[in-house]
Design a protein around this ligand. Structure first.
Ligand code: CO
Ligand code: CO
Length: 314
């Protein structure tokens, strides 16, 4: 099945979504994501879960068309909470210009919510994560640090004002960033989610058979994230992400653990990582800025050398 020529993107390159060639001019992009509540406000949780699920369509260069709710909810809880979660999700699907066309719910001990999303793109306009080119500049469209904030929030240690900003970003669609990237033209794209900045950057590097250099000082962090990491408010996923990359990446020898933790911090509804030809990078930064996106150039794509790790933080 994986070698079916209609499956333009499948499991092979750890990409964001599956891409299926329906006809010469149309590909469909299919993705699904759902998780347990990350914030106390049910409407906001619905918004974040939906923005996160929709993101994989944007990361593939597609336009979301249709979404289905995936709901797990305890029968003993107030259904008014569920209604607000669904309203939050519907709000983001509407903002994305897609249609919410049903879904499925089951009784479960812990609430969970997300979407299965179908999108579309012209086959030659699909953005793979495995198509970064030597000489490209890497641009990140949201700051890093949602994992430490969500961990801190579970024990009421997330500073209020800073956490509100993080929530705004998590609820923000990657639509505007993707449309700026479409306008200017890019080589490759992925979104930064559970594997953290370095986990997803490594997938781009290995899929593209190129080496990615990330400049530590250029990586944008949410205000307060470094303090939370220093306090050890680090989610378990950080350690899994770090373990997955042992021997595959090079970190500066002087980097303190709390600082490198943030590079592995699992992101919820993170930004896009865009790989853009250097000649277009200034134009892309300007276009992103015009759309209100606070983007940062965080590194570049260079030629891989045999025997050297494909990812280095400088
Ligand atoms: Co993704
Ligand atoms: Co996903």
């Amino acid at each position: 099945m994986l070698s079916d020529p209609k499956l333009l993107v499948g499991l092979g390159t750890s990409d964001d979504a599956a891409v299926y060639l329906v006809g010469p001019d149309v590909a469909i992009i299919q993705t699904v994501d759902f998780f347990t509540p990350v914030v106390d406000d049910p409407f906001l949780f619905g918004q974040i879960a939906a923005a996160n699920a929709l993101s994989d369509i944007y990361a593939m260069g597609g336009k979301p068309l249709l979404a289905l709710n995936i709901v797990c909810f305890p029968s003993c809880l107030d259904t008014g909470i569920l209604r607000q979660i669904l309203q939050g999700g519907a709000d983001k699907v509407k903002e994305a210009g897609a249609l919410l066309a049903g879904g499925h719910s089951i009784d479960d001990n812990e609430p969970k919510y997300g979407l299965a999303v179908t999108g579309t793109a012209k086959p030659d306009e699909v953005w793979a994560n495995a198509a970064a080119q030597v000489g490209d500049v890497l641009i990140l469209t949201k700051p890093i640090g949602t994992g430490v904030f969500l961990t801190a929030n579970k024990v009421d240690l997330a500073p209020g004002e800073e956490f509100a900003l993080v929530c705004d970003y998590m609820a923000q669609l990657n639509a505007a960033a993707a449309s700026a990237a479409r306008e200017v033209g890019i080589s490759a794209c992925t979104d930064i989610t559970g594997f953290g900045l370095l986990g997803h950057a490594y997938e781009v590097a290995s899929g593209s058979a190129a080496r990615l250099e990330i400049y530590l000082d250029a990586v944008p962090l949410f205000p307060g994230a470094i303090d939370l990491a220093r306090q050890g408010l680090v989610p378990a996923g950080t350690y899994r992400n770090r373990d997955n990359l042992v021997g595959k990446i090079v970190l500066p020898s002087s980097i303190p653990a709390y600082q490198s933790d943030l590079l592995f911090d699992p992101q919820t509804s993170g930004g896009l990582l865009l790989s853009v030809p250097a000649a277009k990078s200034t134009a892309l930064m300007a276009t992103l800025q015009q759309r209100g996106i606070t983007a940062s150039a965080i590194g570049e794509v260079v030629a891989a050398n045999v025997g050297e790790p494909l990812l280095e933080v400088l």
